[in-house]
Design a protein around this ligand. Structure first.
Ligand code: T46
Length: 131
């Protein structure tokens, strides 16, 4: 699998506005067991700095924009998320850091599992050792 995997959503809608539907195993390639979103973010306060052991996630900036660094231990790339019809897959064992949030950023994440702190690797050296 490549480092950066984006999914482009079909935009439905009419003269009233736009509508995007996200459905497990249709345009989202995993069971959706949890949805969370972060907002009210400060541009200079990056978040993340971890990898997940098994969790699969899809991140979408449904408002505003931010940058996300994806690092698999061999390669790193920074992607800008700024379109609500575009999602970034964050796969297991990808170290990720979100930064440069616009003031109107709402960063929504669909997750394949319920919240489990034991699935997080929050130390970069430990992440490299676990690869
Ligand atoms: C991720 C990136 C993209 C919960 O209690 N339940 C939850 O479902 C989540 C996601 C978090 N929390 C708690 C854990 C911490 O005490 O909320 C607090 C903040 O979480 P964290 O510092 O991990 O937030 P971020 O923005 O650094 O990371 C989050 C997700 O936690 C993480 O899984 O991949 O967004």
């Amino acid at each position: 699998m490549s480092l950066i995997n984006m999914i482009e959503f079909n935009v439905l809608g009419d003269e009233r506005g736009h509508l995007i539907a996200l459905e497990q195993h249709k345009n989202i390639p995993f069971d959706i067991k949890r949805v969370y979103y972060i907002y009210g973010l400060e541009q200079e306060r990056p978040r993340g700095f971890h990898a997940h052991k098994a969790l699969r996630q899809l991140a979408v900036c449904i408002s505003g924009s931010c940058e996300i660094l994806i690092d698999d231990g061999a390669q790193k790339k920074v992607v800008t998320l700024e379109r609500p019809m575009q999602g970034l897959l964050i796969e297991p064992m990808q170290w990720h850091v979100m930064s440069n949030f616009s003031s109107d950023c709402i960063f929504m994440v669909l997750a394949s599992e319920h919240y489990d702190e034991s699935d997080y690797i929050r130390n970069y050296e430990e992440f490299l050792r676990a690869l």
